[in-house]
Design a protein around this ligand. Structure first.
Ligand SMILES: Nc1ncnc2c1ncn2[C@@H]1O[C@H](COP(=O)(O)OP(=O)(O)OP(=O)(O)O)[C@@H](O)[C@H]1O
Ligand SMILES: [Mg+2]
Length: 248
């Protein structure tokens, strides 16, 4: 009896529960199997980093977790919900409130200023424009871009654009933030500041953060590091082992 209760309470604290997740792109000769049965559980309050060689399926996996891409098979629940069981309207609304995503290529809207880009998740969630832009400016200041809120993406450096993308993922205080190489264009100090901010905003009892990265300089922020290879999770290491074993 006790065992059953313990088991249930452990499961209820999971932010993400993926079992046997598969995904194939294309058909016939152009078919690429990107995920071959991924098993990963991520707890509430956890910062999980995902590492692995180019093409091993990292972006595909986090896109499935964020509800941007449909899996082909297996099981995937995020905060106890399965995207495949939601209507497309419900999924869009739920994702808009619960998930923040930092894309590998930033995906900023080129005709909008930095502040307007950052305000998009707030507008989607129904906030009034003036309030949304004011909040976006606050978050831009927290990533060191207070002076650049009126700039267009084309007027910003790669690292500045990356910080706009990060601010956009944080602004609506989502319960899950998923980041694809969030520090790739940042210097050491800025990368650390951004990770500190992620920890403040995104790691809490009812929250979780998943970071795909090659950046060894930020490994120390992880609670666990999952290593992927060829569409699988190959191994998962706890923080205590990170400093000794994970330098690639
Ligand atoms: N839209 C797509 N159409 C077809 N194949 C794709 C598509 N997206 C990814 N792939 C393929 O799926 C596999 C996994 O790609 P994915 O982008 O998930 O890798 P990744 O681990 O994020 O790589 P990187 O470190 O280079 O970003 C690769 O072989 C890739 O070529
Ligand atoms: Mg990728």
């Amino acid at each position: 009896m006790t065992q059953t209760l313990d088991h249930k309470s452990t499961l209820s604290r999971l932010a993400i529960d993926c079992r046997g997740v598969t995904k194939t792109y294309g058909k016939g000769e152009s078919e690429v199997v990107a995920l071959r049965g991924v098993d990963i559980q991520i707890g509430m309050g956890e910062l999980l980093m995902l590492v692995g060689p180019s093409g091993c399926g990292k972006t595909t996996l986090i896109s499935v977790i964020a509800g941007i891409l449909d899996r082909d098979g297996g099981h995937c629940e995020v905060f106890g919900r399965d995207y495949m069981k939601m209507s497309s309207r419900e999924r869009t609304r739920w994702r808009g409130e619960m998930i923040g995503f930092v894309f590998q290529s930033f995906n900023l809207l080129p005709t909008l200023t930095a502040a307007e880009n950052v305000s998009v998740p707030l507008l989607i969630n129904g906030m009034k424009r003036s309030k949304a832009v004011a909040k976006a400016k606050d978050v831009l200041a927290r990533v060191g871009l207070g002076e650049r809120s009126k700039s267009l993406p084309s007027q910003l450096s790669g690292g500045q654009q990356q910080r706009v993308a990060i601010a956009r993922a944080l602004v609506h205080e989502p319960k899950l933030i998923v980041c694809d190489e969030p520090t790739s264009a940042l210097d050491h100090d800025t990368g650390h500041k951004v990770m500190d901010l992620f920890k403040q905003v995104a790691v809490g009892e009812d929250r979780a953060l998943v970071v795909v990265t090659h950046d060894q300089r930020i490994f120390s922020f992880a609670d666990r590091i999952a290593r992927m290879d060829d569409g699988h999770i190959e191994s998962i290491q706890d923080k205590k082992d990170v400093s000794t074993n994970l330098h690639e």
